[in-house]
Design a protein around this ligand. Structure first.
Ligand SMILES: *[C@@H]1O[C@H](CO)[C@@H](O)[C@H](O)[C@H]1NC(C)=O
Ligand SMILES: *[C@@H]1O[C@H](CO)[C@@H](O)[C@H](O)[C@H]1NC(C)=O
Ligand SMILES: *[C@@H]1O[C@H](CO)[C@@H](O)[C@H](O)[C@H]1NC(C)=O
Length: 351
């Protein structure tokens, strides 16, 4: 009884906050890869981890497992929507009332395909993340006392999905992978889109109604791609960017189709590619100086490797960098993108 009164109080508080600020959601459920991982991989038998300094150097809680100097796009987006920091699924503290603002399932190195990221050990693929979401829904069901119950709660919540980069970086483009011999680029793309579509439909089946589906960024512009490119080590790699934009075109079509085909739906596509290129092409407009090298990189033969845990760390002007490490953007960049994204999240009506 005490618990339900608490929940009622919290819901009223939330409604209060919602009312004041306009466009708000009760919770956010996050699916994806290292761009959104808040530390889910820390406790997995995986090599894809960022739970060491200097990651988190600008984050209030310090090192958490985020692949960033500070907050991720998902963190900033939550903040824009009036939500507290969304907790990682893979943490014993994430239970009870903590679930009422949503849960983050993102796992570094994972992708759309179950095979993606295998070379890093255990990662939570999209399919596994959806399984974990089911578990959360079971736990939420006795906690949500509001009208319409957990179904309405989930229907009003934002489902943020940002995945697919690693299906290219750590699968199709991985020099030791054999998928390039199994599929043409077109076939591989169709496979990804087909899998992704059924995953989005599954999330809809589980009650998700408000979706923000984030397209791929310009993968040819990440320092890792630039550094590995033999021809010119300062320019974005057109071939890889082309793969990302083709994928995005198809994904955007799927998102539009799902809006037509499924009932009561708010699927939105966010053009991360365009938003990122705008910044990379006009860095000074956004306060950046460095667009093609990471702030924290290990360098071997001019190829930029992952952010090394070893000291000394001497990247002082972190706000001048678009990229934190060879794969991930800085907090400064993430803040700008999240602001743009939040404009895509429509006002959700509270009953
Ligand atoms: C590489 O690209 C940069 C930027 O477009 C250009 O300034 C530079 O001259 C190019 N270098 C080579 C070797 O082509
Ligand atoms: C939407 O419905 C049409 C017509 O039934 C079908 O051809 C198409 O594959 C559906 N799209 C998706 C993404 O499910
Ligand atoms: C930081 O940026 C400022 C302004 O561009 C520059 O004067 C300064 O030398 C930079 N410091 C370091 C350590 O890179």
């Amino acid at each position: 009884m005490a618990v339900s009164i608490w929940i009622l109080t919290i819901s009223l508080l939330l409604v209060g906050v919602c009312g004041q600020a306009g466009s708000r959601v009760p919770a956010m459920f996050i699916f994806g890869d290292s761009l959104s991982d808040p530390g889910n991989n820390n406790n997995l038998l995986s090599l894809a981890k960022a739970n060491y300094f200097p990651n988190g150097i600008d984050f209030a809680e310090g090192v958490t497992g985020r692949f960033c100097n500070g907050r991720t796009i998902a963190d900033f987006l939550g903040n824009e929507l009036g939500l507290p920091l969304i907790p990682p699924f893979n943490n014993w503290k994430t239970k009870g009332l903590k679930l009422l603002h949503g849960v983050n399932y993102a796992s570094a190195a994972s992708g759309i395909l179950d095979d993606t990221g295998r070379q890093f050990g255990l990662v939570w693929t999209m399919n596994k993340q959806i399984k974990n979401f089911r578990r959360t829904l079971k736990q939420l069901s006795p906690l949500v006392k509001r009208k319409g119950g957990v179904a309405e709660f989930v229907a009003e919540s934002l489902i943020l999905v940002c995945t697919g980069s690693n299906d290219y970086l750590f699968n199709y483009l991985d020099p030791i992978s054999d998928v390039r011999f199994k599929y043409t680029l077109d076939q591989f793309q169709d496979l990804l889109i087909q899998e992704y579509t059924s995953q989005l439909k599954e999330l809809h089946k589980l009650g998700g109604r408000e979706f923000l589906v984030v397209g791929l960024g310009p993968l040819g512009c990440i320092p890792h791609a630039i550094g590995n490119h033999r021809k010119n080590r300062s320019k974005c790699v057109d071939e890889i960017n082309e793969m990302a934009s083709q994928f995005n075109l198809k994904l955007q079509m799927v998102v539009e189709e799902l809006n037509t085909n499924l009932t009561r739906l708010g699927f939105r596509f966010f053009d991360a590619y365009g938003a990122t290129m705008e910044i990379i092409n006009n860095p000074s407009t956004y306060g950046f100086e460095h667009t093609n090298k990471g702030c924290c990189v290990g360098i071997m033969d001019r190829i930029q490797l992952f952010c090394p845990p070893l000291l000394p760390f001497n990247c002082i002007n972190r706000t001048l960098y678009v990229f934190w490490d060879p794969y991930h953007p800085t907090e400064a960049f993430n803040a700008i993108i999240a602001k743009k994204m939040s404009q895509h999240v429509q006002k959700v009506q509270t009953p």
